[in-house]
Design a protein around this ligand. Structure first.
Ligand SMILES: *[C@@H]1O[C@H](CO)[C@@H](O)[C@H](O)[C@H]1NC(C)=O
Ligand SMILES: *[C@@H]1O[C@H](CO)[C@@H](O)[C@H](O)[C@H]1NC(C)=O
Ligand SMILES: *[C@@H]1O[C@H](CO)[C@@H](O)[C@H](O)[C@H]1NC(C)=O
Length: 225
């Protein structure tokens, strides 16, 4: 009995330590996707892309960078998973230059208007802030950093299009809501922001819906206290 338990435990330990993302994580904020053929504009399927205008640093607390971790952080700053699991619109893909090529977003979250359960339904109806998450974890750049495409949307009646200036406004309100001390589900976060200007183009060239952007990407480092 005891031996079986021991063998099972050793097997689990061996499996856990075989996870490459745990063993070989690259300890940097992120790697510039352009170095290996990627882009800070995703593929929105329309010929243009949405800017990946917020990066959650790979130097954030590791628990923030998991799927459940980013959802909990999102809830702490006023977002939730999509309304009743109903997905409006197709997934978008991004090439983060990590060797994985174009990958679909891992998750999409919407502003919850103060109620993590039904608030996102409100967002779907009246519009608001939302973001898509892409993870940089391929063999060429296993940083764990999360690249977010943040934008402010029109209501569903306007078929979820981005408002004029919606990328910059979405980013600014997301960042304003994220910095400082936040908490949700018993987890306390402390977040600092830094703007970077050399990663995205300025203007509307290549941008989905031809909406001009200021070219700023905000790097957030989120620490669990
Ligand atoms: C992305 O999602 C679409 C729709 O679900 C699917 O057809 C496509 O194969 C996916 N692309 C990748 C790279 O996984
Ligand atoms: C989170 O912050 C609150 C308020 O400062 C504090 O009471 C609580 O102990 C903290 N929780 C953790 C897990 O650090
Ligand atoms: C980043 O740039 C935006 C837009 O100019 C500005 O509103 C924000 O305060 C800046 N944030 C930081 C941390 O510099």
């Amino acid at each position: 009995m005891y031996l079986n338990y021991l063998v099972a435990t050793l097997y689990l330990v061996a499996q856990a330590s075989a996870l490459p993302s745990v063993l070989h994580r690259q300890a940097v904020d992120f790697v510039d996707p352009r170095v290996n053929g990627g882009s800070l504009l995703d593929n929105a399927g329309s010929g243009g892309g949405e800017p990946l205008n917020v990066i959650i640093s790979g130097l954030s607390s590791p628990d923030v960078l998991t799927d459940s971790g980013i959802v909990n952080f999102a809830k702490a700053i006023g977002f939730s998973t999509e309304c009743l699991g109903i997905h409006l619109g197709d997934p978008q893909s991004a090439n983060l230059g990590d060797g994985n090529g174009p990958q679909n977003q891992t998750i999409e979250l919407r502003q919850d208007y103060g109620d993590p359960d039904v608030g996102t339904c409100l967002e779907s109806l009246i519009g608001g802030n939302h973001f898509r998450v892409f993870r940089q974890n391929g063999p060429l750049a296993p940083t764990g950093a999360l690249f977010l495409a943040v934008s402010q949307e029109e209501p569903a009646t306007e078929s979820h299009t981005i408002i004029p200036d919606g990328y910059d406004l979405g980013r600014n309100s997301f960042v304003a809501g994220a910095i400082g001390s936040k908490s949700f589900g018993g987890v306390n976060y402390s977040t600092i922001a830094q703007n970077m200007t050399n990663l995205l183009p300025v203007g509307s060239n290549g941008v989905n819906h031809g909406i001009a952007i200021d070219g700023i990407v905000t790097l957030l480092t989120v620490t669990i206290e």
